[in-house]
Design a protein around this ligand. Structure first.
Ligand code: MD6
Ligand code: FE
Length: 219
C-alpha cells in the first residue's frame, strides 16, 4: 500500500470548483503514474539541469525550469521564445518521456481535446517561497491546442484571472497528481502560482514540480 497516496487524498478539497469554460480540473488523474512521472523528470533534469532563467526585464525567476521534447520554453534578456536547443548545454532538449506524452494525451482527450500531441514540455521546480506572477501563455503559435498541466509533489495555490490582467482572481489548490487542462475560451486567461509553503513530500522532498505540455509550433 502506498501511504503517500492517502496523504494526497486527505489533502484534497471535497468539491471541485467551476473555473469557467475551457478549464477542466482532473483531480488525481496523474496519481497512478506519479512515481513514474517523478522518476522520468529527474532523468530529464540529469541531461538538461534546472536553472533560474532571467526575464527580459532582467529579473531572476524564483521558479527553476528545464524542458523536454522537440521545443523548450526559454527566457533571457532577448525575450521569451521556444528553442529546440538548451542554451545551457548547447544540445537539443531531452526527448519527452513516453509516460509524459501518454498522460498528456489522455488528459486532453478526457477534457474534449482529442489528438493532442505536445511538442514542448516545460518543467517547473518550486521550492519554499518560489512563485509565478500572473501571466498569459502566449508564446505558442497555435491557440487551438490546449495546455495540459500536471502538479507533482508539494501542494500549491494556483491563481486564475480573466483575459485582462486587472480582472479579479480566484484560487485553486493543486496537489500531487492533479491535472488541469486549459484551452478554448480559457486559453489566454491570466494565471499564476502563489509562493510555495515549506513542507516535505514523500516523492519530491522540499519541491513542487509542474509539467506543462504545449503545442508550441503551428504544424
Ligand atoms: C505551474 N503553470 O503550475 C505553472 N500555464 O507551476 C502555468 O503557468 C500554466 O499550469 C498555463 C496552463 C497551465 C499552467
Ligand atoms: Fe502559464
Amino acid at each position: 500500500m502506498n501511504t503517500s497516496l492517502f496523504e494526497d487524498l486527505a489533502d484534497r478539497e471535497a468539491l471541485p470548483q467551476d473555473l469557467g469554460p475551457g478549464i477542466t480540473v482532473l483531480k488525481g488523474f496523474a496519481l497512478r503514474d506519479g512515481a513514474a512521472l517523478v522518476t522520468a523528470l529527474f532523468a530529464v533534469a540529469e541531461r538538461s539541469p534546472f536553472r533560474h532563467m532571467v526575464t527580459p526585464g532582467g529579473y531572476r525567476m524564483s521558479v527553476a525550469m528545464t524542458n523536454c521534447g522537440p521545443f523548450g520554453w526559454v527566457s533571457d534578456n532577448k525575450g521569451y521564445r521556444y528553442d529546440s536547443f538548451d542554451p545551457d548545454t548547447k544540445t537539443r532538449w531531452p526527448a519527452m518521456p513516453e509516460v509524459f506524452t501518454r498522460l498528456a494525451a489522455e488528459a486532453a482527450k478526457r477534457s474534449g481535446f482529442s489528438d493532442f500531441v505536445p511538442d514542448a514540455c516545460l518543467v517547473n521546480r518550486y521550492q519554499a517561497g518560489a512563485r509565478l506572477t500572473l501571466h498569459q501563455d502566449k508564446n505558442e503559435r497555435d491557440f487551438t491546442a490546449p495546455i495540459v498541466s500536471v502538479s507533482l509533489g508539494l501542494p500549491a495555490d494556483f491563481q486564475f484571472g480573466g483575459l485582462a490582467c486587472t480582472d479579479r482572481t480566484t484560487r485553486l489548490r493543486v496537489v500531487h497528481g492533479d491535472v488541469l487542462v486549459w484551452g478554448g475560451p480559457a486559453r489566454l486567461r491570466y494565471h499564476g502560482v502563489l509562493p510555495l509553503k515549506p513542507a516535505l513530500h514523500a516523492l519530491t522532498g522540499e519541491y513542487r514540480f509542474n509539467l506543462t505540455f504545449r503545442k508550441s509550433a503551428s504544424t
